[in-house]
Design a protein. Structure first.
Length: 257
């Protein structure tokens, strides 16, 4: 077994939602650096274009063969999700979509007595509901990208992948007062299990990564206030790095996963 083949994602088509900043940018960079074609989507069109330009420049300098393109969309909106799926189908009619990374998300910290109703609507829609929506809309492209081993027997050599970016706060009692966020991520973990059962026979896997703290806009104020104590309670004495989350996603997107 060749390790390069086991972890190979070269030439795969990847969509990373929220792929222009934070953890999403780390994931996008990992795929481009290893030869994938990455579509970066978020509601911030300028950030998507900037990230794509920077990743393309890095790929050209390294000779990785990877590339990036901006596909901005406000994933809170059902119509925007439909437009994104239609545009991706137009751009990749033959190859389809090999890897869908659900990373777009929002957080909301507020004490129990002040936690607003609007936080639940916003976070459950973006962090959970639209994950299902986009997977449903992109399922035909994912099925197209799946490589069968024996079509008659229904076996799959190289499945398409759906990778959900959940959270450690979806599997533990959160340290912070982020009730809507923690609940939405717990729901995402359960949704991933249900999708694994539904989509497996279609040649598509579904897995979830549960990150702890990473340097990102979402975590900026928390790390400024509590960064030292967070690092001290980590068994490794540090927070996440780009290699951690990109490596996990490359593993899940390759034969090794």
């Amino acid at each position: 077994m060749d390790i390069k083949q086991l972890f190979d994602v070269k030439g795969k088509v990847v969509l990373v939602t929220g792929g222009a900043k934070g953890i999403g940018r780390m994931i996008s960079e990992g795929f481009v650096a290893n030869g994938a074609r990455v579509y970066i989507s978020s509601r911030d069109a300028a950030a998507c274009r900037q990230a794509a330009a920077e990743l393309n420049a890095a790929a050209a300098a390294s000779g990785s063969g990877g590339s990036a393109a901006a596909l901005p969309a406000d994933l809170q909106s059902l119509d925007a999700c439909k437009r994104l799926a239609a545009e991706l189908a137009r751009l990749e009619p033959q190859r389809g979509l090999h890897v869908l990374v659900h990373n777009s998300g929002a957080a909301w910290g507020a004490p129990f007595d002040a936690h607003p109703d609007s936080a639940w609507t916003k976070l459950l829609t973006l962090n959970l509901h639209r994950t299902f929506t986009l997977t449903q809309l992109l399922c035909p492209l994912l099925e197209k990208a799946s490589v069968p081993a024996d079509a008659a027997a229904g076996t799959v050599a190289d499945p398409a992948r759906v990778i959900h970016i959940g959270s450690i706060d979806g599997i533990r009692v959160p340290v912070l007062a982020n009730y809507a966020y923690g609940a939405s991520k717990a729901g995402l973990h359960q949704l991933s299990r249900a999708l694994a059962v539904e989509l497996g026979p279609r040649g598509i896997t579904s897995n979830t990564v549960a990150p702890g703290p990473f340097p990102s806009k979402m975590m900026k104020s928390v790390l400024e206030d509590m960064g030292d104590s967070i690092r001290e309670t980590s068994p490794l004495g540090r927070i996440g790095t780009p290699e951690d989350v990109a490596g996990a996603c490359l593993f899940l997107a390759s034969r090794a996963g």
